[in-house]
Design a protein around this ligand. Structure first.
Ligand SMILES: Nc1ncnc2c1ncn2[C@@H]1O[C@H](COP(=O)(O)OP(=O)(O)O)[C@@H](O)[C@H]1O
Ligand SMILES: [Mg+2]
Length: 394
């Protein structure tokens, strides 16, 4: 029975040609509207190919969610690997997401796993393991281009230490060829002022900025991506512009691609051989009703803040809570997780970001409150669901 149901479901007609080309991890060959960023990276790392070993290049990519930072870094990394190969140079690109690997040890271990297959897991400190990596690079006369994505997580967890280590480590091998270059990726540079001066100057030395996409740019992106993923004639230009318009306030390509994918899913579910505006509308309400995957990708303290809003709302059983209520729960939440809480001044920024994402809303208090107070409420997500999703992930 189950076999027939599943087999039949899989034989149903579909608007997709290759659904996986819309998944968030897929790295497209062409990245439209990111020519300037790719050029900057090319300029910065030219020396690594032309005079390998002379300098350790470092660059920071900065921009909001879904603006192509990860995709550009990965595409750049694999291109540089091939260019190096053409020159007979052994250069390896390794991409580590600090959202998943949040300590120096985990980052270094991830690098070791990629470079030295079969290395025993146990008995190493991060420093020892890095020493082994360096010896391997020396032995193979190889170079490592390491991308650390979402470095805010590393900093939230271990402060300066990992970045200090990775940006200074080459200094220990003075007089020897430089073998490590870094691409650091972050949503913003707010945390930088708390760091050690030398780490600060490294982070701020070469910055490549990624602006939010405009609706025209989003259109071009999803048009191109739809050609790889959706059957010819199954999605009209109108539908693509509609999606681009919906995603434009965020300038977020990930959101636009998720809308396209979900719209296709609705078309399939209804047995339609075309994606129609109604499918987009349904997809939109889905994505907004439960943007949990977007939430889970937020920086640590924004998630802690949001978790505190959910807890405060549950406790007060009302539609809105005050910043004071959220703040006292936030402190508790941080304390139970042994995480250093952020300062009060940051909360307004978190609030603004979460409002932009469409997760939180605010209003100014009316009667029942002394003076004017900002009240915070949730949009489209039940507090209970949000709390359980966030508690699991932190
Ligand atoms: N210029 C572009 N062309 C095609 N796809 C893009 C472009 N920019 C972003 N994307 C796609 O949008 C999604 C989000 O991009 P990503 O690189 O993950 O953003 P960020 O790392 O800045 O949050 C990914 O699926 C990516 O492939
Ligand atoms: Mg990213």
């Amino acid at each position: 029975m189950a076999y027939d149901i599943i087999a039949q479901e899989m034989r149903r007609p579909t608007v997709f040609k290759d659904e996986s080309a819309l998944f968030p991890d897929y790295v497209p060959t062409n990245l439209v509207h990111r020519e300037a960023q790719l050029k900057s990276l090319g300029r910065i790392f030219r020396v690594t190919l032309e005079s390998p070993g002379t300098v350790s290049q470092k660059v920071t990519l900065v921009g909001d969610v879904g603006v192509g930072k990860t995709a550009v870094a990965k595409r750049f990394g694999s291109t540089v690997e091939s260019l190096a190969k053409e020159r007979g140079l052994n250069l390896k690109y390794v991409h580590v997401n600090c959202y998943k690997d949040r300590t120096l040890f985990l980052v270094v271990r991830k690098v070791a796993q990629q470079l030295i297959p079969g290395l025993p897991e146990r008995g190493f400190s991060a420093q020892e393991l890095f020493g082994t990596i360096w010896d391997t690079l020396e032995g193979e006369n190889a170079h490592l281009l390491l991308a650390l994505d979402e470095i805010d997580f590393l900093v939230a967890n271990e402060k300066d230490a990992p970045l200090y280590f990775l940006t200074r480590v080459a200094d220990e091998y003075i007089g020897k060829p430089q073998r490590l270059s870094l691409i650091l990726i972050t949503r913003n540079l707010d945390f930088v002022s708390d760091l050690d001066r030398s780490v600060q100057s490294t982070l701020l030395h070469n910055i490549v900025r990624f602006e939010r996409y405009t609706s025209d740019q989003l259109y071009d992106i999803i048009k191109m991506r739809s050609m790889e993923s959706i059957k010819e004639g199954a999605v009209s230009e109108d539908v693509l512009s509609m999606i681009a318009e919906i995603a434009a306030p965020r300038g977020d390509a990930r959101y636009a691609l998720e809308l396209l994918w979900r719209s296709g899913k609705y078309a399939d579910a209804e047995g339609s051989n075309k994606i129609l505006p109604e499918h987009v509308r349904k997809a939109q309400s889905d994505v907004l009703q439960f943007p949990i995957n977007i939430i889970m990708d937020l920086p640590l303290h924004e998630r802690l803040f949001l978790l505190s809003v959910a807890k405060a709302l549950k406790k007060s059983k009302s539609a809105y809570v005050t910043m004071g209520e959220v703040e006292s729960i936030y402190r508790l939440v941080c304390e139970t997780r042994s995480i250093e809480p952020r300062k009060h001044t940051q909360f307004w920024e978190y609030l603004q970001n979460l409002k932009n994402l469409g997760v939180l809303q605010t209003k100014i208090s009316g009667s029942g409150f002394k003076g004017k107070t900002t009240l915070i409420g949730l949009m489209n997500v039940p507090a209970e669901a949000l709390e359980s999703a966030l508690s699991g992930g932190i």
